[in-house]
Ligand binder design. Structure first.
Ligand code: F6P
Length: 323
């Protein structure tokens, strides 16, 4: 290996910049050239690539988003797009990759690396925390903190007006953000894609709260919930239970932004450093992950296999007992 290129792809996540910085600085420290590819796979196809120096990643640690920009690129899914990307890398002497993103990014990396025999190490960067092989993904901690802060604010107004709020949070098909943010904000109920909570059960819970003089209530709805998100759940509840004045808030993309938490800054740094070390050690088509407090590598094929996605049993049970 002579020259490593790093890129971010898919949805941005706080902590990606810490990871980019770690890849660049570790690579240069160990005597390799490092390049940054802009806009993920799209930049590979468009030859939107820059050589990086230690200095080019100064003062980015604290920034949300990704300084390399990101995109969801369809052109890379076809052989012509991949071929063009390969030619651009070759022209620039790039012979190894670090890809930061989610499962779409990993699928592209797996295919590209096995077609063109270019080593790649992936880093899990997504607020959803839905990847096999790592207890935490980059951005999840910051996004959850952002959600908690938003719910606390909504709680103030909900309580002042005696209202019931349905708050929808991101996470795609996973309920990780919803579950943790729900517990940490003391939500009265959490609707998760991983658990089929009947609307009648939710109504019982809210009725019980009202009977016990709860003047406001907050229901967190994961965007992957099967009842049609927060609007869907609110509609179904309102048909049978209209004790409270009801409001719906979709938190949306504010959950993706903001300065990364210390956890995400350190995780990003650790994972970027580990990704470069793995490439140098001859590892290929692997994902860096955190298990317990250890950095581990998982084969990309294994990471991409359909594993049953599970939320922590104790958190699930606790979320009901403590609500
Ligand atoms: O994967 C991260 C995520 O923010 C999901 O939680 C959400 O479903 C999706 O991306 C939104 O994607 P986009 O920003 O392309 O609308």
């Amino acid at each position: 290996i002579k020259k490593i290129a790093v890129f971010t792809s898919g949805g941005d996540a706080p902590g990606m910049n810490a990871c980019i910085r770690a890849v660049v600085r570790t690579g240069i420290y160990l005597g390799y050239e490092v390049a940054g590819i802009k806009q993920g796979y799209q930049g590979m196809i468009d030859d939107n690539i820059e050589n990086m120096s230690r200095h080019s990643v100064s003062n980015i640690m604290q920034l949300g988003g990704t300084v390399l920009k990101t995109a969801r690129c369809l052109a890379f899914k076809n052989p012509d797009g991949m071929q063009k990307a390969y030619e651009n890398l070759k022209k620039r002497g790039i012979d190894a990759l670090v890809a930061i993103g989610g499962d779409g990014t990993f699928t592209g990396a797996e295919r590209f690396s096995s077609t063109y025999d270019i080593p790649v190490i992936c880093v899990p960067g997504t607020i959803d925390n839905d990847l096999y092989g790592s207890d935490f993904t980059l951005g999840f901690d910051t996004a959850t903190n952002t959600v908690i802060e938003a719910i606390d604010k909504i709680r103030d107004t909900a309580e002042s007006h005696d209202r019931l709020f349905f708050i929808e949070v991101m996470g795609r098909d996973a309920g990780c953000i919803a579950l943790r943010a729900g517990i940490a904000s003391g939500a009265e109920a959490i609707m998760l894609p991983e658990k089929d909570t009947a609307i009648s059960e939710l109504i019982d819970l809210l009725e019980h709260g009202a009977a016990n003089k709860k003047s406001s209530s907050i229901v967190i709805v994961a965007e992957g919930d099967k009842n049609g998100g927060a609007f869907g759940v609110a509609k179904l509840v309102k048909e049978k239970f209209d004790f409270y004045d009801t409001k719906v808030t979709i938190l949306g993309h504010l959950q993706r932004g903001g300065s990364p938490s210390s956890f995400d800054r350190i995780l990003g740094s650790r994972m970027g450093y580990a990704a470069v070390k793995a490439l140098i050690n001859g590892d290929n088509r692997k994902m860096v992950g955190l298990r317990g407090n250890e950095i581990v590598l998982t084969d990309l094929k294994e990471a991409l296999t359909d594993h049953e996605f599970k939320l922590e049993d104790d958190l699930m049970e606790m979320s009901i007992i403590l609500a």
